[in-house]
Design a protein around this ligand. Structure first.
Ligand SMILES: CC(C)(COP(=O)(O)OP(=O)(O)OC[C@H]1O[C@@H](n2cnc3c(N)ncnc32)[C@H](O)[C@@H]1OP(=O)(O)O)[C@@H](O)C(=O)NCCC(=O)NCCS
Length: 159
């Protein structure tokens, strides 16, 4: 556990929260894969009902975030990211566990996610209990034009 780590959740497009999220976004995603979202994309999804954002901060500095969208009793992990300088300290795991707990409190019974097949985040998902569902060959196209398979995972939660 990272000392002083604070997790704050937002159900709307709070300006400061969006700015803090973008601070992490531009640092966390390797541009070669073209996976980072823009501020308008983020602000747009935050206007959708059932979407929430959790920010991880230490001393008010944003270090990571998780973005979830829910529909009825299902939800999807849209993005999970931690600043490269703060990785390997359990912040990604804390954000994901917190998101699962929030989902449970909201009566949600499953979380789905889709991830590039070469992403190290898969280890984290499997450690937490996500199960592999299926593979979509060549689903993502990187900024360099290369195609990458997508894997989908799912976890069912007991309420
Ligand atoms: C995925 C990510 C959020 C993990 O954040 P993190 O804070 O480093 O994760 P944690 O410290 O909580 O790691 C939890 C587990 O995940 C695994 N893991 C996470 N990142 C890893 C990496 N880069 N290499 C190998 N294993 C990794 C480890 O098995 C670790 O388990 P351990 O605690 O037993 O060692 C972070 O690497 C990241 O921001 N990646 C870029 C953005 C991205 O691709 N997000 C996922 C798709 S949206």
């Amino acid at each position: 556990m990272t000392p002083g780590l604070i997790l704050d959740s937002y159900d709307d497009g709070d300006r400061n929260a969006l700015a803090d999220t973008m601070t992490v976004m531009v640092r966390a995603f390797d541009p070669v894969f073209g996976e980072a979202w823009t501020l308008p994309q983020l602000a747009g999804v935050m206007t959708m009902p059932g979407t929430w954002l959790t920010l991880a901060r230490v001393d008010a500095a944003p270090l990571g975030f998780a973005l979830i969208r829910s529909v009825l009793d299902e939800c999807e992990l849209l993005l999970l990211a931690v600043d490269p300088l703060w990785r390997g300290r359990g912040i990604g795991r804390s954000l994901l566990v917190d998101s699962l707990n929030t989902a449970r409190r909201r009566g949600i019974t499953s979380m789905n996610l889709e991830v590039r097949a070469t992403n190290n985040a898969i280890k984290l998902y499997e450690n937490i209990g996500f199960e592999y569902v299926h593979r979509r060959p060549g689903y993502y196209r990187g900024n360099d034009g290369k195609l990458h398979d997508a894997l989908s995972f799912r976890i069912d939660m007991l309420i």
